[in-house]
Write a protein that binds this ligand. Structure first.
Ligand code: SAH
Ligand code: SF4
Ligand code: F3S
Length: 441
């Protein structure tokens, strides 16, 4: 018999990408093959994201299209999972509005995916399985990584911060840390498998380990990954300004494999808005952190996330953000229009900002940030950077692409380089989003 096929679409952040690797691991074990051809797949999975309205709308649109595919291919099994359906109202809406969906499951039951899939295949009725968060962190689940150079490694799940705009704590549950021994064993396994880089993942890595029976902190975990595993490069995402410590900066400075890049979301430059966002720090504290980081880790790249049009944001508040962006000079930034999320405190705050104002502020912010991105990249020209080779570039196969330790993309030329190599590349040109270079002879 021919293998069954599946097609999977993943939305959202690296957490979802990493969960998708576990689903792929289960599917490999069940003898499924992945296919690009959604129309003819036996199983179609959507791993969804709820962080902004737009992400959800995209998924609803796609589910509608799946209904038409199923008319042609009635044996197709359709599964929707991830953060979006962890919201009960959304799960119910899908069940009602799209009765052809066979399986809906949330973020806390990935470990039982094979059973759920079997149930859905055997049952005439749609299967809906949402759970409240379980007790222990599940270890030992299968994982099928498609990349063989870089890997994501979870260190925490969930979030306790409850930023007032954010849905993540509701759909991912409370923060839970994996044990250091499990993390170290996973990284060692990756090294043995030829991986060169790991990114330690958590919504807020800087609060890692606090709730463990034997508490540990993130800096000490990072030191152990650096010293004990033999991995060439370590990154981490995301650190929160609230609990970013001097010790962590020192760890980055001293760790041989720890890349000199910090993604430190500021969200807004206005103290009033930061307070309404429940971020737990001020603009001044953030600027102090930047100063500390730059003095302790010379050349460290700094990236951030920014939200414009948070409820109550005045032109003055927005200018404070523009100001801060110009003062820090980030290497790059993800910028978002505030999107009200049902069930979060900010969604019902007074002073919701009209879309036209949000858009206008967004464009102004982007203009300032793009200038800085280019400026920061230009400053790299003439330098020689260690680049981890990823593969041929998307547009020209004679050009290779890779990343610097600071996480900048470089498109470069050179003889005899292959994915996974660490090569010295002389930077010869700068664009807003990437660098150009050639392997140093
Ligand atoms: N845990 C990470 C980020 C997770 S979500 C952190 O705290 O940094 C990624 C980014 O999406 C956030 O940093 C924020 O900038 C943005 N975001 C989250 N909720 C949003 C919302 N309701 N509207 C617009 N942007 C949002
Ligand atoms: Fe959301 Fe804030 Fe938690 Fe990040 S730290 S996931 S923005 S609640
Ligand atoms: Fe990530 Fe979106 Fe969920 S950002 S944690 S996939 S809501």
């Amino acid at each position: 018999m021919q293998n069954k096929t599946y097609n999977m679409t993943v939305f959202g952040c690296q957490m979802n990408e990493r969960d998708a690797e576990t689903l792929r691991g289960f599917l490999d074990e069940m003898g499924y093959c992945e296919t690009e051809n959604r129309e003819q797949a036996d199983l179609v999975i959507m791993n969804t994201c709820a962080v902004r309205q737009k992400a959800e709308e995209k998924v609803f649109g796609l589910i509608g299209r799946l209904g038409r595919l199923k008319e042609i291919n009635p044996d197709m099994v359709i599964a929707i999972c991830g953060c979006m359906v962890q919201q009960e109202a959304v799960a119910k809406r899908i069940k009602k509005q799209y009765p052809f969906v066979d399986l809906i499951f949330g973020t806390h039951n990935i470990a039982v995916f094979p059973e759920l899939l079997k149930k859905a295949e055997e049952s005439a009725e749609p299967v809906l399985d949402l759970r409240d968060e379980g007790g222990e962190v599940a270890e030992g689940l299968p994982v099928a990584r498609r990349d063989h150079v870089k890997a994501w490694v979870n260190i925490t799940y969930g979030c306790n911060n409850f930023c007032s705009y954010c849905i993540v704590p509701y759909v991912r549950g409370r923060e839970k840390s994996r044990l250091p021994a499990d993390i170290l064993a996973e990284v060692k396994g990756l090294v043995a498998g030829g991986f060169k880089e790991v990114t330690l993942l958590g919504q807020n890595v800087s609060s890692y380990g606090r709730e463990l029976a034997e508490p540990v902190d993130f800096a000490s975990l990072l030191q152990r990954v650096d010293r004990e595993t033999g991995i060439a490069r370590v990154r981490f995402m995301t650190s929160h300004p609230r609990d970013f410590t001097r010790e962590l900066a020192e760890t980055i400075a001293l760790g041989k494999s720890i890349c000199e890049h910090v993604h430190l979301p500021i969200q807004s430059g206005s103290n009033h808005i930061l307070d309404l966002m429940n971020r737990g720090y001020t603009r001044e504290h953030y600027l102090e952190l930047v100063k500390m980081l730059r003095s302790m880790v010379p050349g460290c790249t700094l990236t951030t996330d920014l939200i414009v049009g948070f409820p109550g944001e005045t032109e003055e508040d927005f200018k404070a953000t523009l100001d801060l962006v110009a003062e820090v000079g980030f290497d790059s930034a993800f910028t978002f229009l505030y999107s009200p999320r049902k069930g979060t405190p900010a969604a019902t705050l007074p002073g919701q900002v009209p879309r036209s104002v949000k858009k206008e502020r967004f464009n102004r912010l982007l203009e300032v940030q793009n200038r800085w991105s280019l400026e920061r990249n230009r400053a790299m020209v003439g330098r020689v950077e260690e680049v981890l080779v990823e593969g041929p570039s998307k547009t020209r196969k004679e050009v290779m692409t890779g990343r610097t330790r600071g996480n900048k993309t470089v498109n470069f030329t050179g003889e005899n380089v292959k994915p996974g190599d660490l090569v010295p590349v002389e930077i010869t040109g700068a664009r807003t989003w990437s660098l150009v270079g050639r392997v140093e002879a």
